[in-house]
Write a protein that binds this ligand. Structure first.
Ligand SMILES: C[S@@+](CC[C@H](N)C(=O)[O-])C[C@H]1O[C@@H](n2cnc3c(N)ncnc32)[C@H](O)[C@@H]1O
Length: 294
C-alpha cells in the first residue's frame, strides 16, 4: 500500500510554515524583540525552515551573518530557498545539536525556539557550545515548553496521542508501556522543569532575564491538527504502530484534537518560558573552553 499524503508529510516534516502558525510562530518575534543594539552575527539552533533567520535579517540591517544549524535535510532545503535573496548574509549548516561541531564565529545573539526538548537528556552539550560561541556581552535567547505531566511522565502532545491510540484500540493505561517499548520518550518528560533546566545550564550560562506566556492552541478542523501533528512531530509517535495503521493514527490525533476544541474551546495550552542567558565569565574571557560535559 502506498503511503498517504499525511504519512509523506510526517516523513519529510513538510508543511511547517502553515502548521507552525498554530503554536511555534509566536516565539519568533517574542525572542527577536529582546535583541538589543546592532548585532553583526546571529546563530539560530534548530533553524527549521529559516523563518526566524529571515525575520532577523529583515529586522536587523546590521546583521552581516545569520547562521542556521539544523538536522533535517528537508528543512535545510526549504530554508535555503527562503533565504536565497539574502545571499552571503545567510549561512545554513546541517548539524546534530546533540553533538554540535564548533563554528568559526562568535555571535552577539544565539537563538533557539521550540527545540530544546529534542536534545534531552544531553542539553548540557548545547549549553556548553553556546557559552563557547557567544561574543562578549552576547545573549542566548531560548524558549522552552513546560506541559504538566502525569505519574508516567506524559503530558501535552502525549495526552492527545494517548487519546488517539485509545480510539484505535490500545487501552489508555497501556500507552506508557507501548511508547517505552518503542523507545519513544514522552515529550512531557523531554521538556524538563524550569528548576531542572536551571541545574543543567548553570555550569555554562547565567540567567539575565525571563518571561512566561501561555501557548494556547486552537484549531478550525480535525484535518488542521492532523497536519500540525505530522509537520511538528513527524513519525516520532506514529512509529509505535505498523505502517498500515499510521494514516489512521494521524486521523485519530486530529479527531482527538477536534473533540477537545469542541468541548473546551481549545486543544491545549501550556506555559512557555523565554530565557535570556549570558555565558559564564570563564567562557567570555576566552580563558579556555570552560567545563565541558562528559
Ligand atoms: C519544532 S521545530 C522548531 C523550528 C524553529 N526553531 C521554529 O521555532 O519554528 C524543531 C526543529 O528542531 C530540529 N531538531 C530537532 N533535533 C535536532 C538535533 N538533534 N539537531 C539539530 N536540529 C534538530 C528539527 O528538525 C526541527 O526543525
Amino acid at each position: 500500500m502506498s503511503p498517504s499524503a499525511v504519512e509523506i508529510q510526517a516523513r519529510t516534516l513538510a508543511g511547517y510554515a502553515d502548521a507552525s502558525r498554530l503554536r511555534q510562530v509566536q516565539d519568533r518575534d517574542w525572542v527577536l524583540d529582546r535583541v538589543t543594539g546592532s548585532p553583526e552575527t546571529l546563530i539560530d539552533l534548530g533553524s527549521g525552515i529559516g523563518q526566524l533567520l529571515e525575520s532577523a535579517l529583515e529586522r536587523f540591517p546590521s546583521l552581516r551573518l545569520a547562521v542556521g544549524l539544523e538536522r533535517s535535510e528537508h528543512r535545510i532545503a526549504e530554508a535555503g530557498r527562503r533565504l536565497a535573496p539574502y545571499g552571503e548574509r545567510a549561512e545554513l549548516h546541517r548539524a546534530d545539536l546533540i553533538a554540535p561541531e564548533p563554528l568559526p564565529h562568535r555571535a552577539q545573539v544565539i537563538t533557539q525556539t521550540s527545540v530544546l526538548h529534542w536534545l534531552y537528556p544531553v542539553e548540557d552539550r548545547v549549553f556548553a557550545w553556546v557559552a563557547a560561541h557567544l561574543a562578549p556581552g552576547g545573549r542566548f535567547l531560548l524558549t522552552t515548553y513546560h506541559p504538566a505531566r502525569d505519574a508516567h511522565g506524559l503530558g501535552g502532545e502525549d495526552e492527545l496521542v494517548r487519546e488517539a491510540l485509545a480510539a484505535l484500540g490500545t487501552p489508555a493505561a497501556d500507552v506508557p508501556a507501548l511508547l517505552a517499548a518503542h523507545g519513544v520518550l514522552p515529550i512531557a518528560t523531554r521538556t524538563r522543569t524550569v528548576d531542572d533546566l536551571l541545574t543543567v545550564l548553570a555550569p555554562y550560562l547565567e540567567v539575565a532575564g525571563h518571561a512566561e506566556r501561555d501557548a494556547v492552541v486552537t484549531v478550525e478542523s480535525a484535518e488542521q491538527y492532523e497536519h500540525f501533528h505530522a509537520a511538528t512531530f513527524g513519525d516520532y509517535y506514529a512509529q509505535v504502530l505498523p505502517g498500515e495503521r499510521r494514516a489512521d493514527f494521524y486521523r485519530a490525533v486530529g479527531a482527538a484534537a477536534w473533540r477537545r476544541q469542541s468541548e473546551r474551546g481549545h486543544v491545549s495550552h501550556m506555559p512557555v518560558r523565554r530565557w535570556e542567558l549570558t555565558a559564564r565569565e570563564e567562557f567570555v574571557s576566552g580563558s579556555g573552553t570552560g567545563p565541558l560535559p562528559a
